[in-house]
Write a protein that binds this ligand. Structure first.
Ligand code: 9B3
Ligand code: ZN
Ligand code: ZN
Ligand code: ZN
Length: 418
């Protein structure tokens, strides 16, 4: 018995240290519950097994006929698959072995040791020193500030990108990395800043944009979560703040904004992925973003970058009501996804989030909109589930290039407003 325990302990240690080892044999399944009975079955499974909801991020957001992507732990796969058959719940296997795909994620070789490689995913320390470097090397275009501290006392930085003119310019606020596991998001914010400095004075449309607009870019909002997704749990979504009366950690930053907070599509249970927090803006990271938007004069548009699903969303999420400028937002979203598609044919859906994904409150785009930033968008970048959060590095470039076209469309629209 003692030997068995020792062996178990040994296995646990080994599994815990191999990167991705803890996910060996895990599968990602896609299913479509078609009736209440199948939904009930899914609830029971989720109750007994710690399955990881990828899309949507929690059980509460699952409805009949919506598609659900789940990561099922290796030990439960055969059990759950056979139960699914019995219930008549059809499923596709999106990822056959999570560990294998996790390794494939880093499929880009680093050819240059001197230049920052924008086609790779970077850890927080690299991103932090990248910010300092790009800001000091481009003083006429970029300045950086600390906008707050994370729960674990790390600095949250913002880059202001745009030609210094002395006047206050119309400004576009863009944030990335609100959800830890959505790694393509910080990669895009970095790509955007790179494109800005490399194209200024060379590319006509980017030069005009930077002469007439400022961009406020937060490359990683949820710094603690991002680090945790690199070091402990690749599929971590929330912040890393401790909760009272439970061992469950973290709050969903995109349910913690003060927009009909926790009224729908969010959970009061700290153990859930969509936990809305103890109160609106309980998270320092959320407060930091909201404070900038409150205090900074001239913010005309808000853009937040997430993944995955390939969508361009706008308010509202917390209600099925349409905004007063619905027609204009829908027009902009349609044109933005059209521009995006032109490059590699990538298809995006677009519309008010409540209709297009799921109704949920406390989101940053809804809050910014109600605060007065009437051009407010959430992007869900690539892909549609083949790799999900494990989008390979070889897709960073095409993803960022096409997304640039959508952002460029929105920014040009804002610059040309009367
Ligand atoms: C969610 C909300 Cl609450 C919102 N206002 N806009 C977009 C979303 C979708 C993201 C989320 O937080 O679930 C996708 Se990762
Ligand atoms: Zn790196
Ligand atoms: Zn997200
Ligand atoms: Zn997402």
């Amino acid at each position: 018995m003692m030997e068995a325990l020792l062996l178990l302990g040994f296995v646990a240690v080994v599994v815990g240290t191999v990167p991705g080892g803890q996910y060996a044999g895990d599968k990602v399944l896609r299913l479509k519950p078609e009736n209440e009975q199948q939904l009930q079955f899914l609830r029971e499974v989720a109750h007994t097994v710690k399955i990881d909801f990828w899309q949507p991020p929690s059980l509460e957001l699952v409805t009949t006929n919506s598609s659900v992507d789940l990561r099922v732990p290796a030990g439960w796969v055969s059990d759950i698959q056979s139960q699914l058959e019995k219930t008549g719940l059809k499923h596709d296997v999106l990822i056959d072995d999570v560990k294998t795909v996790m390794e494939k994620q880093f499929d880009q070789v680093d050819l240059s040791s001197t230049r920052y490689n924008y086609e790779k995913y970077h850890e927080w320390i690299e991103i932090e020193s990248w910010m300092a470097k790009i800001a000091t090397e481009n003083p006429r275009l970029i300045s950086w500030f600390r906008i707050g501290r994370s729960y674990e006392h790390r600095n949250i930085f913002i880059l202001r990108v745009g030609k210094r003119t002395g006047a206050t310019k119309p400004t576009i606020f863009m944030d990335c990395g609100m959800h830890a596991r959505e790694w393509i998001s910080p990669a895009f914010c970095q790509w955007f800043v790179k494109e800005a400095v490399e194209s200024y004075g060379k590319n006509c449309s980017m030069t005009t944009l930077l002469n007439n607009l400022d961009f406020l870019v937060v490359p990683v909002v949820n710094v603690d979560g991002y680090i945790y997704s690199w070091t402990k749990d690749r599929f971590w979504r929330k912040t890393r703040s401790r909760n009272r009366g439970t061992v469950c950690v973290g709050t969903d930053a995109n349910r913690n904004f003060n927009a009909k907070w926790c009224s729908v599509g969010a959970s009061r249970n700290p153990c859930d992925e969509t936990y809305c927090g103890s109160h609106a803006e309980s998270e320092l990271e959320v407060k930091a973003v909201a404070n900038v938007i409150r205090k900074y004069k001239g913010i005309k548009a808000y853009i937040t970058i997430h993944s995955y699903s390939q969508m361009c969303l706008f308010p509202y999420s917390y209600t099925y009501s349409l905004t007063s400028n619905y027609k204009e937002l829908n027009f902009i979203a349609r044109k933005a996804v059209k521009a995006l598609k032109n490059l590699h044919g990538t298809q995006y859906t677009y519309g008010p989030a409540a209709f297009i994904i799921y109704p949920s409150a406390g989101g940053s785009d809804d809050w910014a909109f109600d605060f007065g930033v009437k051009y407010s968008f959430t992007f869900e970048l690539r892909d549609t589930g083949k790799y999900g959060f494990l989008l390979p590095e070889s897709q960073i470039k095409p993803t960022c290039e096409e997304t640039m076209l959508a952002i460029n469309y929105i920014a040009t629209y804002i610059a040309n407003l009367p």
